[in-house]
Design a protein around this ligand. Structure first.
Ligand code: WT7
Length: 649
């Protein structure tokens, strides 16, 4: 690995850093591994407990039983809001809402945040929401979305945020699975100058089911929408009627905080459940370490709160640290590819966090979009969601960060609740494209096919040997699936689903998913989920979905589709549109296949199993290494698939 250039931490960052050297990192890391109870007990003092916990950790990976800070009582909203106001920070800016239109901002301080959250919590109460009830949030990136999450936390209700890019069908599935009795939405979303009919989508999702009893609608734009009597209420009107104070529900450490759905390799999306105490301890401390957060920082994470990045590193982590956190309603290319850096300049952002896919999209537009904005305020640049290619890492470092900022490539998952592997800005020498080393208390292991740990350099399945406080506790209403998915393959370990390589320096390089999960523009999708959406079309007999490399998206979706004998006449382009539309309807636009390959048959083994390996190679145009196909049940289809692939653009 000596050919790869290493970037040492800058002196100006080390000088004030929480973790100021590699020696300090190693010392703390050893302590955290040798005596996790003591280490996490010390870290837990950074949040406020209503009642002390009795035991730091109680873990049994063999039964997927995970408990942290048992017996303790606290409230996540109190930790994110009230305690800062009590400490005299009421006038400090909590949220800066960067609206869809460039240059338009709204600042909300901690005092106002407390009042708004309390009013919204009182509205929820007026709709019968109590501790343990589920509340679905299907909202654009507006302050009311953050109020709603914190209001749920205040009452002990469990929020289930559904990304506002999901279709009505996908939304309905999540409402049904979570059993949400109240839903919050907006009349319309606004993104890149275009409107998204959120309330209409909600109406479709709720059509014919009576789980949701009230819908609170935030009037975001001037457009009037249909309001169903007895069910729908105007959120702002309701909030205005309510008191600006609302008592706090003290929760057990292990009481649920939220459910968040994510895709797996099989079956329907799973509702990962996160609980209160450990999650708050983990997100606040990792936010402090990884972004080297200090009180005067302006922190901008460009994610959507519909994903775990938004939950942990727009809302809970930063607010627990009394940070100023930016919420971004628009896209990185609206009105032009300089949008991020315009915000950095106008708000004097010091800590910035985004996904490689966004960086690739704007880098392709040229450096002038970056350099025309002043970026002197920047100190730390984060990356998340997918491997960052070394070229883009260097662009981020050289062009965006002017060789002055630390790049933190953060590896984690919906299941992990917070970052597990990342450099620390003041300590870790970095290598382009490498997530580097584990955070405190994290014990990554690389396992081979036989479940043996690989010591030193090597490649295999990325597992974690012990729990950490932010870990998901279960899949909502399906603990067996939780155990099966994460704890059954490698006994005694949490299996991430990712592969990783350890180099001679002990650095970890994430090699990508080992299962049928694909990452399209940082959005996590299961191939099985897309396939079942496609086969719902009455003209489709069968489908197989593969991920193929894409310059901007990282991975794009390649769908093989076999039509029914009775299918109606269309040309290839029409079929392609029909299939894409089908996926858009059942999942959302972001899941649409890039390529639709209509074919007569899929290659199968004699036992009827689709040969995905072969399909992957054909999609990748890797025709020379197909191997022996003569043992297939239908070897003749392979030649045709290859010919068709060659014809495709
Ligand atoms: C999957 C998790 C982490 C929050 C957003 C995504 C991939 C994530 C990295 C990284 C390489 C990464 C993994 C992981 N991933 N971060 N820094 N380098 N791959 O959360 O939707 O649960 O997806 O994203 O494959 O398993 P998610």
């Amino acid at each position: 690995m000596s050919t790869i250039k290493t970037y040492s931490p800058s002196n100006h960052i080390q000088k004030n850093a929480h973790i100021e050297s590699m020696t300090r990192y190693q010392e703390l890391y050893q302590q955290s591994i040798n005596d996790p109870e003591r280490f996490w007990h010390e870290q837990a003092q950074s949040i406020s407990w209503f009642k002390d916990y009795q035991q730091v950790k109680k873990i049994n990976f063999n039964e997927a039983k995970i408990k942290w800070f048992t017996g303790g009582k606290l409230n996540a909203c109190y930790n994110c809001v009230d305690r800062h106001v009590e400490a005299g920070l009421g006038q400090k800016t909590a949220l800066i809402w960067a609206k869809d239109e460039a240059g338009q901002y709204e600042h909300i301080n901690y005092q106002t945040l407390l009042e708004k959250v309390s009013q919204l919590a009182n509205v929820l109460k007026s709709q019968g929401v109590q501790k343990g009830d589920r509340v679905c949030i299907y909202m654009p990136m507006v302050p009311q979305t953050i109020y709603a999450m914190l209001a749920c936390a205040r009452l002990g209700a469990i929020h289930s945020v559904v990304f506002a890019g999901f279709s009505s069908e996908a939304l309905r599935d999540r409402i049904v699975d979570s059993g949400s009795k109240v839903l919050l939405t907006a009349n319309e979303g606004l993104r890149g100058g275009r409107t998204i009919p959120l309330k209409d989508i909600v109406d479709q999702a709720l059509d014919g089911q009576d789980i949701v009893q009230s819908v609170l609608v935030y009037q975001h734009t001037a457009t009037a929408v249909n309001m169903q009597k007895g069910r729908d209420l105007d959120l702002t009107e309701q909030m205005q009627k309510q008191n600006t104070a609302c008592p706090i529900e003290w929760m057990d450490s292990e009481d649920p905080l939220f459910i968040l759905y994510t895709s797996g390799s099989t079956g329907k999306p799973k509702g990962l459940l996160h609980t209160t105490g450990g999650y708050m301890v983990y997100t606040s401390n990792t936010h402090k370490w990884v972004f080297d957060y200090h009180e005067q920082d302006i922190y901008f994470c460009a994610a959507d709160v519909g994903w775990i990045t938004g939950h942990s590193y727009i809302v809970y982590g930063p607010l627990a640290n009394a940070a100023t956190t930016v919420i971004f309603e628009s896209t990185p290319v609206y009105p032009n590819a300089g949008r991020y850096w315009q915000i950095v300049e106008e708000l004097k952002v010091s800590l910035f966090y985004t996904a490689p896919t966004a960086l690739r999209a704007i880098a392709a537009e040229g450096n002038a979009w970056v350099t025309q904005h002043n970026r002197a305020s920047l100190r730390i640049l984060g990356s998340v969601g997918e491997p960052i290619n070394p070229e883009i890492w260097k662009w981020y470092y050289d062009i965006v960060g002017e060789k002055r900022c630390a790049i933190v490539d953060t590896w984690w998952q919906t299941e992990t609740g917070g970052i597990l592997i990342s450099p620390l800005p003041g300590a870790t020498p970095t290598k382009p494209g490498c997530a580097t080393l584990p955070l405190f208390g994290i014990k990554p292991e690389i396992l081979d096919k036989n479940g043996q740990t690989i010591e030193g350099a090597g490649e295999g399945a990325l597992c974690i040997a012990d729990s950490w406080p932010g870990q998901a506790r279960t899949i909502y209403k399906n603990h067996d699936r939780f155990y099966e998915t994460y704890f059954s393959q490698y006994k005694g370990y949490y299996f991430s689903g990712d592969g990783a390589k350890r180099d001679a320096d002990g650095y970890l390089w994430i090699t990508g998913r080992m299962d049928d999960v694909i990452n399209v523009s940082g959005h996590r999708l299961g191939t099985a989920e897309i396939e079942s959406a496609i086969v719902e079309h009455h003209d489709v007999a069968e489908s197989a979905v593969i991920g193929i490399p894409h310059d901007i998206k990282g991975t794009s979706i390649y769908a093989y589709v076999v039509l029914n004998h009775t299918s109606t006449e269309h040309n290839a382009e029409q079929w392609s549109d029909l299939i894409k539309n089908q996926v858009k309807t059942l999942i959302g636009s972001f899941a649409k296949p890039e390529h639709v390959h209509i074919c007569k048959a899929l290659p199968k083994t004699r036992s009827g199993k689709v040969m995905r390996r072969l399909l992957r190679k054909i999609a990748h145009k890797d025709f020379d290494t197909l191997g022996d196909t003569s043992t297939l049940a239908n070897p003749e289809c392979v030649e045709t698939l290859i010919e068709q692939r060659k014809q495709m653009v």
